[in-house]
Design a protein around this ligand. Sequence first.
Ligand code: CAA
Length: 247
Amino acid sequence: MTQRVALVTGALGGLGTAIAQQLALAGHKVVAAYHPEFDKPDEWVKEQAEAGFKDFILVAGDVSDLESSAKMVAEAEAKAGPIDILVNNAGITRDRMFAKLEKDGWDAVIATNLTSLFNVTKQVSTKMAERGWGRIVNIASVNGVKGQAGQTNYSAAKAGVIGFSKALAAELATKGVTVNVIAPGYVATKMVTAIREDILKTIVDSVPMKRLAKPEEIGFAVAFLASELSGFTTGATLNINGGLYYQ
Ligand code: CAA
């Protein structure tokens, strides 16, 4: 197979780590991007090496900021080469019922979960099109598809991720660049285990499979959408949610 260069944002989080690992297992050179204030890279690198993943390349940047994203991608390309596969995975929650949601909680989630797609994709998509090959995989959420009480900000951003992806997929369809979305359900990561215990129990009970997703069950699907043979798949949203919601 052709080894491709993959950039994964939010790579040090629960889902990002699984995505980075699955792309590495598929034979790609993986650049793991992290937020310099949120993540502890040394610990993560050590854990990954112990798990047999010794070749990750790390870059830091704030995906909610255009200038920082540009610097981060330039550093990734200097270290690894042109980016062939981009996984926009970085995301945050600031869950509040709308009546109590303040503007900063709205702005932070829109900036990190949606504006980040402009900031990071802008650095790579035109160059992918010029080279005639690219895979862009954007991580949305079941809650961007169905809407979730307590998440007007997050649901809006994740629905925006899907609209962005469909539009860009149409623009790049003749250029060898695919743009697809994975809409995960509730995955066993810190973001989800931070939900209050009784609320989380109700959520898990509402999932037909009665469990959370394993992060690698999402990572594997990213590797599929990044692969050579996914070349006819574009503008698609893959729901991976244990049966919680279908469109
Ligand atoms: N639907 C409708 N109303 C609901 C509701 C629901 N699912 N859940 C709670 N409410 C109502 C309650 O009945 C209550 O109403 P009254 O005041 O009239 O009695 C009110 O909301 C409670 O509001 P509060 O602001 O007082 O609630 P809170 O502060 O205790 O908690 C919350 C608010 C933090 C949003 C909490 O409900 C929560 O954590 N909900 C889960 C949200 C969720 O699913 N987040 C997903 C995070 S993981 C993720 O995002 C990853 C992914 O992609 C899936």
